[in-house]
Ligand binder design. Structure first.
Ligand SMILES: [Zn+2]
Length: 74
């Protein structure tokens, strides 16, 4: 299960790789990438309500949180 979570969290990182340029410190990832929209975040929060997907939700939300911090620092 932990391995599966690791794969999915890697998948959300692909969002960053698909963007051009890949890394832009002046860009806010939230609502820029498809997996970083408020709709996607709502789905991740939904994962927290189910025992089987809870750890997945936590992993994804931690990623969103890390990206959000970058936005606030700008
Ligand atoms: Zn991200």
């Amino acid at each position: 299960m932990t391995y599966f979570v690791f794969i999915v969290v890697m998948f959300i990182d692909l969002d960053h790789l698909l963007a051009t340029p890949i890394f832009d410190s002046n860009r806010c990832s939230i609502n820029f990438h498809p997996l970083h929209t408020y709709y996607a975040i709502a789905v991740y929060v939904g994962f927290l309500f189910f025992k089987k997907t809870r750890i997945l939700g936590i992993g994804l939300l931690l990623h969103i949180l890390a990206d959000s911090v970058d936005c606030w620092m700008m």
